[in-house]
Design a protein around this ligand. Structure first.
Ligand SMILES: NC(=O)c1ccc[n+]([C@@H]2O[C@H](COP(=O)([O-])OP(=O)(O)OC[C@H]3O[C@@H](n4cnc5c(N)ncnc54)[C@H](O)[C@@H]3O)[C@@H](O)[C@H]2O)c1
Length: 251
């Protein structure tokens, strides 16, 4: 129960990796704000049903108004913000295709959500973090940023950007007592992925074959890394990216 009295905002927390992380943070004692563009209220209700403290904020992370309201919701509900898990991202709805077939519109939308979304969420909580002189930001990147997976150039570029943003934010925010780290998951059978036959089929099979630990990766496999960066044992760690993928890429 390392996070008793802490408040965590989890973007994209309504399902998949975000929901599993919300549950894990809540189990450590944190009050959770589920910030999602879909089904945020129902997810918060599910957490409360399990006996945890949770509320929700309907949030499209690519909207500055929404992210401002997200931070206000947390402050009004719980009087502070200690942890931001930047998890919302476009991934499980992607169709794999050669890079020449990607449109500029597809590039713009994924940059807006996966990169500018994380920037806006950081911007919305940092005034509170600076006032408290403490805070934890955890950005979800992906192992694809290191491996250069084919068929989703725009997505891979956004996840590389997350690693770089993590480093610069860590440098800018260190003097305010704020740590910024990243978790890079391997291919995970999240809710969204399980609804995408292309990803849940051949990509899942390929991923198990190419990792040291020969089994599917589930959303809960990321819980330990997220809780570690959010908790007291990671107080002097910042700017780092931890790959959690069962041994597919050695970072
Ligand atoms: N599943 C994987 O294999 C995998 C691997 C590496 C990294 N990731 C990353 O992990 C994160 C979560 O992935 P997942 O597989 O759990 O996805 P998912 O599709 O199961 O869930 C994504 C959640 O994010 C929400 N979301 C999407 N766009 C949003 C927006 N603009 N504003 C707010 N919420 C939004 C969705 O509504 C959904 O609840 C993503 O950043 C993804 O890139 C996933």
């Amino acid at each position: 129960m390392d996070l008793i009295g802490k408040v965590a905002i989890v973007t994209g927390g309504a399902m998949g990796i975000g929901f599993a992380a919300s549950e894990a943070l809540a189990a450590q004692g944190a009050a959770i704000v589920i910030a999602d563009s879909k089904n945020a209220a129902a997810a918060a209700e599910r957490l409360r049903g399990k006996g945890y403290q949770a509320t929700h904020a309907d949030t499209d992370v690519s909207s500055e108004d929404d992210t401002r309201r997200m931070a206000e919701t947390a402050l009004q509900a719980y009087g502070g913000i200690d942890i931001l898990l930047n998890n919302a991202g476009i991934y499980s709805t992607l169709t794999l295709k050669p890079f020449e077939e990607l449109s500029v519109a597809e590039w713009r939308r994924i940059l807006e959500v996966n990169v500018i979304g994380q920037f806006l969420c950081c911007k919305s909580v940092v005034p509170q973090f600076k006032a408290q002189r403490s805070g934890r930001i955890i950005n979800i990147s992906s192992g694809v940023a290191f491996k250069g997976n084919p068929g989703m150039l725009h997505y891979v570029a956004t996840k590389g950007a997350v690693v770089s943003m993590t480093r610069t934010l860590a440098t800018e925010l260190g003097e305010h007592g704020v740590t910024v780290n990243s978790v890079a998951p391997g291919f995970t059978l999240s809710d969204g992925v399980q609804h995408n036959p292309e990803l849940a089929g051949t990509v899942a099979e390929f991923s198990v074959r190419n990792r040291a630990l020969k089994r599917d990766m589930m959303p809960n496999d990321l819980a330990g890394a997220v809780c570690f960066f959010a908790g007291p044992h990671a107080a002097f760690i910042t700017g780092q990216t931890l790959v959690v993928d069962g041994g597919a890429y050695y970072h």
